[in-house]
Ligand binder design. Structure first.
Ligand SMILES: [Zn+2]
Length: 292
């Protein structure tokens, strides 16, 4: 069974979450009718979250085995690895309300991983241990495990296949192998996070931030209301010339957005009437005045 079949099998076991968590291109294609203002919270399906989870677990294990528990380095490495993972989750949760916050948190995750990468490089250099070159066969083998996973893979978040796949390197008795394998994983996570940041930035430019999206939803609701009014109200005759009037919307001033009846012969005839509710109450709806 090839990887794709394997993935679709796993996908079939999961119910509901069919959308690709890293793809934000299509779900809000129509900003006028959003189901939620922004997709959020699918971080467990994010490949970057899965890879940083492996990095976090591997770093805890690495530090316990090879770094003095009382040293600051031990703490710093575990904290950096944890921060990388946590900020991806928090960014994803924040995405419902603020794409700026999401972008900031993903960037924090990226910075934490850079810090961790330096720690591993320091570990090797300070002990005169070799760091694998990019084309080292072992580095290529570790990267190959990552390549077999599509970056947009929707793998079962509960399965341990990620950790298991890297176990031969991460459980090696030689700290050189473990540190170098984790360095490969950090590069992989950084690549995924860079793509995530680029995609968030593109989405931000195309769809605007939360407040712009909210305004679009509000305008759509107002237009729906407008159409309802139109069908519910029979046009009254013009007070000047008697022609059937047309519903118009005030464009400027404090009442912009509110409706009134206008003469179809405007500007020749300047007859207007206030819009009355179908139940005969009040004049035009003034609730719009409170809106920015
Ligand atoms: Zn008229």
């Amino acid at each position: 069974m090839n990887e794709r079949e394997h993935n679709s099998k796993r996908e079939a076991r999961r119910d509901g979450h069919q959308s690709d968590p890293t793809d934000r291109t299509d779900r809000t294609e129509n900003p006028a009718r959003p189901t939620t203002l922004r997709p959020s919270g699918g971080y467990r399906q994010l490949r970057s979250f899965q890879v940083t989870t492996v990095i976090y677990d591997a770093t805890v294990s690495f530090c316990n085995r090879f770094v003095d528990k009382r040293s600051r380095t031990h703490d710093q490495m575990v904290q950096a690895a944890r921060s990388g993972r946590q900020n991806i989750a928090e960014g994803s949760r924040a995405s419902a309300t603020s794409s700026q916050t999401e972008l900031r948190l993903v960037n924090v995750a990226r910075a934490s991983l850079d810090e961790l990468l330096l720690d591993y490089e320091d570990f090797l250099r300070q002990r005169s241990l070799p760091q694998w070159a990019k084309d080292d066969p072992q580095a290529q083998a570790v990267r190959e495990v990552g390549r077999r996973h599509d970056p947009t893979d929707r793998s079962d978040p509960t399965d341990q296949s990620n950790l298991v796949a890297y176990a031969p390197w991460l459980n090696d008795a030689d700290p050189v192998v473990v540190a170098n394998a984790i360095i490969c994983l950090i590069h992989q996570a950084n690549y995924l996070l860079d793509r995530q940041v680029a995609s968030l930035e593109r989405g931000f430019i195309r769809e605007g931030g939360y407040s712009e999206r909210l305004a679009a939803a509000r305008i759509a609701e107002r237009q729906k209301q407008h159409r309802t009014d139109r069908t519910d109200l029979a046009p009254p005759p013009c007070p000047r010339c008697g022609k059937g009037m047309v519903l118009r919307t005030t464009r400027k001033g404090g009442r912009a957005g509110s409706q009134f009846w206008g003469c179809p012969d405007y500007p020749e005839c300047k007859g207007t009437r206030q819009v009355r509710k179908p139940d005969g109450s009040g004049g035009s709806d003034r609730s719009d005045r409170r809106e920015p």
